[in-house]
Ligand binder design. Structure first.
Ligand code: NAI
Length: 305
């Protein structure tokens, strides 16, 4: 059985171009009613236009689907709320939110202005917060929700010239990690997508033959697996050029140092053991780390008795 979105209502932000456009078309193709959000500005976030979003809606309707365009700036909560209200009025629910809208203002940190940093954080992090906040109560009330964060390898691994972008992209993973815990009892699942695709955001960074391999559709195939009924929870799915992988944060088992050895010199001397990956594992919540350390300390104390 294929993955269907029949009867589902989805909001895709930044869906006038690139990846968002591809996600919106694919969701509609598989039965979802789609809010095609796009502010329609340039790559650096300047200006605005409703043309691209309206064109995506036209394509969806031409193929027999249902959609409407909305020009909310995701960085503005009141505009996002208005968009969500419109979706509710029209279709009565919101099942899926793909937080995809984004801008770039690349500069080395030495040349990065406060405004360039702030604008990128406002769109990627605050935009993701605003949209998620605006649908959260709806999803809780209906005991169903699928939310996708769009992160980036630039945040997870670093990329020259992208301190603003990388910070914001890593921050949405922090948002995801806690939302996963808070959403579980209402079947709200939150996942993240780390894409690589040739779009206007990346078109000048790669030669043409490489761009041809990096299709938005290959990323969208992954995106849709994160927002259907049997979606995972807390997955960071990386997708590009037909390659799919997942990123996880692992923590090494670590060591315990007795009180009289809790010095910088001793910590330094044990770096090899601290970094030893043989027993590393991902942790499902922050308290597990504290529990692990306390268990080690308790084991040491009881061995001394
Ligand atoms: P794109 O520039 O083609 O599309 C982004 C869309 O977001 C545009 O249509 C733009 O008008 C819209 N947008 C920008 N600011 C907005 C705002 N304040 N409110 C509403 N809409 C707004 O870029 P692309 O490549 O499709 O990127 C989509 C997402 O994927 C972004 O979050 C980006 O950071 C992320 N990403 C893309 C990668 C790539 O290789 N293309 C790599 C890693 C992450």
């Amino acid at each position: 059985m294929g993955i269907s979105f029949e009867g589902k209502v989805a909001i895709v932000t930044g869906a006038g171009n690139g990846l968002g456009r591809s996600h919106a078309l694919a969701l509609a193709e598989r039965g979802a009613k789609v809010v095609v959000n796009d502010l329609g500005g340039a790559r650096d976030g300047m200006g605005q236009s409703s043309e691209a979003a309206r064109e995506v809606v036209r394509l969806i309707e031409e193929r027999g689907g249902e959609a409407f365009a909305h020009g909310a700036n995701v960085a503005k909560f009141d505009e996002v709320e208005e968009m969500v209200e419109q979706a509710l009025e029209k279709w009565g629910r919101v099942d899926i939110l793909i937080n995809n809208a984004g801008i770039l203002r690349d500069k080395s940190f030495a040349k990065m202005s406060v405004e360039d940093f702030q604008q990128v954080v406002d769109v990627h992090l605050m935009g993701t917060f605003n949209c998620t906040k605006a649908v959260w109560e709806i999803m809780r009330a209906q005991n169903y929700g699928r939310i996708v964060m769009t992160t980036s390898s630039s945040g997870m691994y670093g990329n020259f010239g992208q301190t603003n972008y990388g910070s914001a992209k890593m921050a949405v993973l922090g948002l995801m990690n806690t939302l996963v815990l808070e959403g579980i009892k209402n079947d709200i699942r939150v996942n993240a997508l780390a894409p690589t695709a040739s779009t206007r955001m990346t078109e000048d960074l790669m030669p043409e033959h490489v761009q041809k391999m990096l299709t938005p559709e290959a990323v969208t195939a992954g995106a849709l697996t994160l927002c259907h009924d049997d979606a995972p929870n807390r997955m960071i799915l990386c997708a590009g050029a037909g390659g799919y992988a997942s990123t996880r944060i692992f923590e090494t088992d670590g060591i315990y140092l007795p009180v009289d050895q809790q010095t910088p010199e001793q910590v330094w001397a044990h770096f090899d053991q601290i970094n030893d990956t043989t027993q590393q594992e991902p942790l499902d919540s922050a308290v597990l780390q504290t529990e692990k350390f306390l268990t080690k300390a308790a084991a040491h104390l009881s061995a001394q008795k």
